[in-house]
Design a binder for this molecule. Structure first.
Ligand code: SAH
Length: 196
């Protein structure tokens, strides 16, 4: 299919912050994603105490679910409102601290220590700051990044993965001429070339 119409589209960080302010967050789901429930065994592969990454996390409820299973969860999200709503909606006490390596960034961590949410752009992260992950839950992340940033996003994600990690990716399939996105349509052939 012709994805030309979406290639040039840019959603700025300000626009994302505005969506949160306006409550324009139709992407947020109160129920855990059925595909995570279906494929969680693929993600975990019998392992326990994993370090799991949620890129562009919003206030995804699946973070709480995986943390409750004993894994440690790291998310990144540019909206501080989203991060604070996550902790308050789950009645989780947290503390807040600056991230010395990233100017202006803050890290919000549950008091129990197993959920750490970085409030900054994902492009500011690197494995020297957050380490590497055993698993990734990518829902509303690859499909939300601007098409022109996809290559950079995928290279970063590959860099943040341990050798034996699993990556669950949710994409959407539709006619890209009928909807401007996000979520953007990412053809399977492009996913293959991005991630190899
Ligand atoms: N994964 C979440 C949210 C999807 S919407 C879910 O499943 O509900 C995409 C989110 O990415 C928004 O909350 C937006 O604020 C955030 N975002 C957009 N660009 C970002 C960036 N460069 N770095 C970090 N977060 C970003």
């Amino acid at each position: 299919p012709d994805v030309g119409s979406q290639k040039e589209r840019v959603v700025t960080e300000e626009e994302w912050l505005q969506k949160w302010e306006m409550g324009n967050i139709g992407f947020h789901k109160e129920q855990g994603h059925p595909l995570l429930q279906k494929y969680v065994d693929v993600l975990l592969n019998g392992r326990s105490g994993l370090k799991i990454f949620f890129p562009l996390c919003g206030k995804a409820v699946e973070m709480k679910w995986l943390a409750d299973m004993g894994h440690s969860v790291v998310g990144v999200e540019i909206s501080e409102q989203a991060v604070k709503e996550f902790f308050s909606e789950h009645s989780l006490p947290y503390c807040e601290e600056p991230v010395p390596e990233i100017s202006g960034a803050k890290m919000f961590q549950s008091t129990s220590g197993n959920i750490s949410l970085y409030c900054c752009s994902i492009y500011d992260l690197s494995s020297s700051i957050v380490g590497k992950f055993d698993g990734v839950w990518d829902r509303g992340a690859l499909v939300a990044v601007n098409p022109s940033d996809r290559q950079r996003y995928a290279s970063l994600m590959i860099n943040l993965m341990e050798k034996k990690s699993s990556y669950l990716l949710v994409t959407v399939s539709y006619d890209p001429n009928k909807h401007k996105g996000p979520p953007f349509y990412v053809p399977e052939s492009e996913i293959k070339s991005l991630f190899g």
